[in-house]
Design a protein around this ligand. Sequence first.
Ligand SMILES: *[C@@H]1O[C@H](CO)[C@@H](O)[C@H](O)[C@H]1NC(C)=O
Ligand SMILES: *[C@@H]1O[C@H](CO)[C@@H](O)[C@H](O)[C@H]1NC(C)=O
Length: 177
Amino acid sequence: MAFKSLKLSLFLFLALFFASSLAELPQHKETGMTLYFQDYSGGPNATVIEITGPANDGLLAFTKFGTIFCTDDPITEGIDRESREIARAQGLYVTSALDGSNTHVLISVVFNDEEFKGSTLEIQGTSAQFERVREVAVVGGTGIFRLARGYATFETIHYDPSLHHAIIQCNITVLHY
Ligand SMILES: *[C@@H]1O[C@H](CO)[C@@H](O)[C@H](O)[C@H]1NC(C)=O
Ligand SMILES: *[C@@H]1O[C@H](CO)[C@@H](O)[C@H](O)[C@H]1NC(C)=O
């Protein structure tokens, strides 16, 4: 009898505990944004360089397995490279498929202007680098993006070989508190 009532009170306690912790859990917010990476893969102001050493022709070996790149692309709010910079894409790319088709992306979107200033998003995963649209996971964040998770799509919408300049449209969808 005593055992039964102990079980009952334990059950009530747990039920109350779960009810109150559910009530206190803040709701997830969903944030979506479209950003533009201004990527310079050559020239005096390159924003992506090959750490493992460029080949003799001076071109970056994007398809060579094991090649590592470091990047610091300006991110603008509009397509135009002269439009306002709101973040930087800082991190690494590693050509991670033997046949050169995939690159492993490890970048932080470091917001430096406007409403997200001081916050970051962490993008990590494999990217089918020669597909028109690449999708990579968003695995975390800081500041207003604490505990973020979601996904990002990348699409190269402009390339000017004379300037080594590519504009990559990046759509991000994240859940965060
Ligand atoms: C590189 O950056 C410097 C300093 O900001 C600038 O004066 C120069 O015009 C840039 N060069 C090119 C090719 O964009
Ligand atoms: C990204 O978002 C823009 C609108 O902001 C849309 O036109 C474009 O199709 C989207 N790209 C992808 C790959 O979903």
